[in-house]
Design a protein around this ligand. Structure first.
Ligand code: NAI
Ligand code: 15L
Length: 272
């Protein structure tokens, strides 16, 4: 067992809620942080309600933890100003708190939308998207994930804080679109990947794509596997039903042309 204390930011969100149940069996003691109160906190678990703008609260929240899993932020497209506050300034504040309090490891929830304008591999023989491809954000949201990855690189080179930046595909209990058949990260595989990212040695700043071992995979999982990640799930059992309902991906449909899908054309927006 890992036997470590981890600060989980964004603990009230969709992924945070899943990880609150799936990470403790690996031996982690979680401290939870979100700007909205986390529901159903188990007895004995520390939970902090604080915005990433509150530097004093962040410093207290990171004090004494072995690592941080940073999920908090705006998770869809929004105004530049709110992305700036939560994702750009907020992630900077968190790294500053980690530096000040001596936390040595961060796992950063980056996104496929940091490289969403990469053309979708089409055809059976198309090579998988490499993790070294230059950033190609598809939204201000994706741009903030590019910033987070570069911030992680800076804090490794300058301050020795290690980060694994995981460009998460689509992490939900089940894939719900044909595009997600390629990007799906099952919640149990997400926990496996976070555990690998928390325990692999000498990661410096490592960027990985985060998905299950999907039959219809578009990208290269080898940098994730090099951390010790062994995905066990595949979206293929969901494929027949989704394709029957929605149709196959269409090369002439601009929504289907890029990794980021409809984020490149008509992105879903944060509700506030
Ligand atoms: P979510 O929107 O359900 O949860 C995000 C949480 O962050 C919310 O509970 C929200 O209250 C909190 N938050 C937002 N701004 C904050 C601030 N300024 N201070 C403190 N807390 C703040 O998103 P989800 O799906 O759980 O995603 C978690 C992370 O993973 C996000 O960073 C997202 O960008 C990233 N991600 C998720 C993917 C997915 O498929 N679920 C795919 C790619 C990336
Ligand atoms: C993301 O980055 C979002 O946070 C998530 O809600 C999904 O939309 C996912 O990408 C996706 O591309 O499916």
């Amino acid at each position: 067992p890992a036997d470590r204390t981890v600060l989980l930011t964004g603990a009230a969100g969709g992924l945070g809620t899943l990880m609150r149940d799936l990470l403790p069996p690996y031996g982690y003691t979680l401290r939870l942080l979100d700007r909205v109160p986390v529901p159903d906190v188990p007895d004995g678990t520390e939970a902090v309600t604080a915005d990433l703008a509150d530097r004093e609260a962040l410093r207290e929240a990171v004090r004494g933890v072995d690592a941080i899993v940073h999920l908090a932020g705006i998770s869809l497209e929004s105004t530049f100003e709110s992305i700036l506050d939560s994702n750009i300034r907020g992630t900077y504040h968190l790294y500053e708190a980690a530096r000040e309090e001596g936390v040595r490891r961060v796992v950063f929830a980056s996104s496929n939308h940091a490289v969403g304008f990469l053309p979708r591999p089409a055809g059976e023989d198309a090579p998988p998207l490499p993790v070294e491809a230059p950033h190609r954000p598809d939204t201000f949201y994706g741009l903030s994930k590019c910033f987070g990855e570069d911030l992680a690189s800076l804090y490794w080179d300058k301050h020795g804080i290690e980060t694994v930046s995981i460009r998460i595909g689509s992490c939900f209990p089940e894939p719900t679109t044909v595009r997600m058949l390629s990007l799906w990260l099952s919640p149990p595989d997400a926990a496996r990947l976070l555990h690998a990212a928390l325990t692999a040695e000498d990661v410096g700043h490592t960027v990985v794509y985060g998905s299950s071992a999907n039959t219809r995979l578009w990208w290269d999982l080898s940098s994730a596997r090099a951390l010790g990640y062994e995905p066990r799930d595949d979206s293929e059992p969901y494929a027949a039903k989704l394709v029957a309902e929605q149709g196959a991906l269409d090369p002439d449909n601009p929504d289907h042309a890029h990794l980021g899908g409809h984020f490149c054309t008509n992105p879903p927006r944060w509700p506030h």
